[in-house]
Design a protein around this ligand. Structure first.
Ligand code: TRP
Ligand code: SF4
Length: 358
C-alpha cells in the first residue's frame, strides 16, 4: 500500500489557503515538556497553525551538542516531545511535524554555510560562553557546540520562512541566522535573485511562569510541572510550592503579587477566583492550602484536554506521523538545496542540458 498517497495525516491541498507566510520553529528533545514550554511556545504554535504554513520540528542533532557522551535518551525524548506536540494540539493535517536528523539536507546546508561564517560570529553569540560556564560538568569545547547556532541557522534558512516564532532566549540565534543569510546572498545569487530570505523573529508572548521553588520554571532547576503530570502529582507539587515569605502564620496577611502561587493564578485562574485570592490573601481570610487548591484546579482543567488528546495516540501512530512529516519536510528542504547548490555553482549544468537537447 502506498502510504504517502492516502495517509490520514496528510492535508488535502484544497483544505488550505494557497499562500500563507511560512514559519519554522523547533525544540531540543531534552526531556518531557513542561507547563513553561507549553505556555512559552506550544500554545502559541497551536494558534499559528491556522494562519501560517508551519514547520515544527524536534532538534535531535542539537541535543547531541551537549549530550554527545550519553545519547541514550535522545531517541526516546524525541518521541515523548512529539507526543507533547500532539497533545498540545499541533495537528499533522495542518502543519509539518518532523525530526531534524531525518532531513539530511540540514546537514548539507550547515556544511555549506560553514564555509562563509566567520568564527568570530559564532564565538560572540552570548549563549556560547554562558552555556559553557553554566554546564561545567560537561566538556563543551567542541566544534559541534560552537556550531550550534549555525546548525540552527541551517534549520531555519532551508525552509525559507518569513518568521521564526521563538522566545527571548533564542533571538540572538535568529539574529545570527539573518547575518549568515545576508552574507550568503551577497556572495551568491541565482539568476540575479536572492536564495535565502532573512527571516524575522515572531516573538512569543509568554507570561512569567514560576516553578515550584519560585524561580522561573525550567527543567534544569527541577521545579517543573510536566504536561503529563497526573492530577495527584499536580496537587502535590502545588502543596509544596513556595509562597509569599511574609505569610508565616495563617493569620498573617500576604500579597499575591509577591507569591509564585499568585503568579500562577494570574495566568490560569478566572477573574472571579483571582479576586477571591487577592481579597482572601490580603485579609488573611483564606489559607495558603486552600489558595493552592484553587491554583491546582485551574491547572488540572487546562491539562485535562491536553492529556486526553495525548492518550488518543499510540507510539506507532506517533512514529508514523514523525516519519510522514519528515518526508514532507525533506521535499521542501531539497527544493531550497537545489537553489543553494546552483547558486554556489556546485551543479554541473551544461553537459546535462546538451544531452537533453540532442
Ligand atoms: N535552539 C532552540 C532551543 O533550544 C532549538 C532549535 C534548534 C530551534 N533549531 C531551531 C528553534 C530552529 C527555532 C528554529 O530552543
Ligand atoms: Fe500565596 Fe495564595 Fe498564600 Fe497568598 S494565600 S501567600 S497568594 S498561596
Amino acid at each position: 500500500m502506498s502510504e504517502s498517497a492516502n495517509s490520514p495525516f496528510r492535508p488535502h491541498e484544497s483544505d488550505l489557503p494557497s499562500v500563507r507566510p511560512r514559519v519554522l520553529s523547533g525544540m531540543r528533545p531534552t526531556g518531557k515538556l513542561h507547563l513553561g514550554n507549553y505556555m512559552g511556545a506550544l500554545a502559541n504554535w497551536v494558534k499559528l497553525q491556522d494562519q501560517y504554513e508551519c514547520y515544527f520540528f524536534i532538534a535531535d542533532w542539537h541535543a547531541l551538542t551537549s549530550d554527545y557522551a550519553d545519547p541514550s535518551q535522545i531517541a526516546n525524548c524525541t518521541r515523548e516531545v512529539m507526543f507533547d506536540y500532539l497533545a498540545a494540539g499541533l495537528d499533522p493535517a495542518k502543519c509539518v511535524l518532523f525530526q531534524q536528523s531525518k532531513v539530511l539536507q540540514h546537514a548539507e546546508l550547515n556544511l555549506l554555510l560553514g564555509m562563509i561564517t566567520p568564527l568570530s560570529w559564532l564565538e560572540r553569540v552570548p549563549t556560547y560562553k554562558e552555556q559553557q560556564e553554566n554546564l561545567t560538568h560537561k566538556d563543551l569545547s567542541n566544534y559541534g557546540f560552537l556550531g550550534y547556532p549555525l546548525l540552527m541557522a541551517s534549520d531555519i534558512l532551508i525552509y525559507q520562512p518569513q518568521f521564526v516564532p521563538v522566545g527571548n532566549d533564542q533571538t540572538a540565534h535568529v539574529e545570527l541566522t539573518r547575518e549568515v543569510a545576508r552574507r550568503f546572498n551577497q556572495f551568491y545569487k541565482l539568476d540575479g535573485h536572492e536564495v535565502l530570505p532573512e527571516p524575522r523573529v515572531l516573538l512569543t508572548p509568554s507570561p512569567k511562569l514560576p516553578g515550584t521553588d519560585g524561580r522561573k520554571m525550567s527543567k534544569s532547576y527541577g521545579n517543573t510541572i510536566q504536561m503529563t503530570d497526573p492530577e495527584p502529582v499536580i496537587r502535590q507539587k502545588l502543596k509544596t510550592m513556595v509562597t509569599d515569605p511574609a505569610r508565616v502564620r495563617r493569620t498573617d496577611p500576604g500579597d499575591p503579587d509577591k507569591c509564585p502561587v499568585g503568579d500562577l493564578h494570574k495566568v490560569f485562574s478566572t477573574p472571579e477566583t483571582l479576586a477571591k485570592v487577592y481579597d482572601g490573601c490580603r485579609s488573611a481570610g483564606i489559607g495558603c492550602i486552600e489558595c493552592k487548591g484553587w491554583a491546582a484546579d485551574a491547572l488540572i482543567q487546562l491539562m485535562r484536554p491536553i492529556q486526553e488528546r495525548r492518550a488518543r495516540y499510540s507510539e506507532t501512530e506517533v512514529d508514523e506521523i514523525l516519519k510522514d512529516g519528515s518526508d514532507r519536510a525533506r521535499v521542501r528542504a531539497e527544493q531550497t538545496m537545489v537553489e543553494v547548490r546552483a547558486a554556489m555553482q556546485l551543479t554541473i549544468q551544461t553537459a546535462a542540458k546538451e544531452t537533453i537537447a540532442k
